[in-house]
Design a protein around this ligand. Structure first.
Ligand SMILES: Nc1ncnc2c1ncn2[C@@H]1O[C@H](COP(=O)(O)OP(=O)(O)OP(=O)(O)O)[C@@H](O)[C@H]1O
Length: 250
């Protein structure tokens, strides 16, 4: 059997912002077709890492390959979908018009646009609101329009920066179900950041980030077993404590 290369592969990945080393020598692989969670507290470097992966972060050193190409390569543009923390949709356009606009911008061939537009609207369960102005949609609906935009062009890797922040529990559950469907049915790799540790168990693989360093990686079960804890949150705290002891030995 031929193994697929990792969706993302980092070695010695370092990012400097101002006088600070914000990411410090990260090494990890993201399994293709997995739902991988990038977890860490606020300020740990998740957004910086995501920007490095999608090729919009300055001062990146080390090796960072995405779908077999150096991050930021022009050939990756249509293969990687990215949703930022703040949903970026036009309030004065309907959901459908937003998708038509972005499909044109992304260079989706004209004859494929109607089919793609309808497919992504149904993926994010917004068909019933297709003709509502984005400005009249709820926060959760607007972020689903953003997600639909990222699904245009059928990307192989979807990178989502805190997509469930501020959503109610039902919507969060529905979105996670959608993420798993995209991975299972279409083989999409999803890299999803969150600072909410209770989302960890919804991921197949985890990258735990703390102060710009990778604290640990593995499946939720591996991390719980490694630390002898019952939850990923406790695993994270145990790993932080042992990292601290290492840094400031008593
Ligand atoms: N221009 C800058 N100069 C120096 N440090 C910076 C600069 N911009 C950001 N930082 C620092 O980089 C670190 C990582 O920021 P980043 O936004 O990647 O974190 P994050 O984990 O995504 O946080 P959040 O969950 O709050 O969005 C933070 O500690 C931040 O203070």
């Amino acid at each position: 059997m031929m193994n697929k290369p990792p969706a993302v592969s980092a070695r010695g990945l370092t990012v400097v912002r101002g006088a600070r080393t914000v990411l410090d020598g990260l090494a990890f692989d993201v399994e293709p077709g997995s739902v991988t969670g990038l977890l860490g507290p606020s300020g740990s470097g998740k957004s910086t890492l995501i920007r490095a992966i999608v090729g919009t972060q300055a001062k990146v050193t080390g090796t960072l390959d995405v779908l077999g190409w150096p991050a930021g390569s022009a050939s990756l543009r249509s293969r990687v979908g990215y949703v930022t923390q703040a949903p970026s949709v036009y309030d004065d356009l309907t959901a459908r018009q937003n998708l038509e606009y972005f499909a044109a911008v992304l260079g989706v061939p004209r004859r494929e646009r109607p089919e793609q537009r309808d497919r992504v609207l149904s993926d994010v369960d917004l068909t019933a609101h297709a003709d509502d102005l984005a400005g009249n949609l709820s926060g959760g609906q607007r972020s689903r329009v953003s997600l639909a935009v990222a699904l245009l062009g059928t990307p192989e890797l979807l990178v989502l920066d805190e997509p469930t922040v501020g959503l109610d529990p039902v919507l969060r559950r529905d979105l996670w179900a959608l993420f798993h469907r995209l991975a299972a049915d279409r083989g999409v790799t999803l890299l999803i950041s969150s600072h909410v540790m209770d989302e960890a168990d919804r991921c197949e693989q985890l990258l735990l980030l703390r102060e710009g360093s990778l604290l640990a990686s593995g499946t939720p079960r591996e991390l719980r077993d490694l630390t002898g804890t019952d939850t990923v949150e406790d695993a994270f705290l145990t790993l932080v404590d042992s990292a601290r002891q290492h840094e400031y030995p008593r």
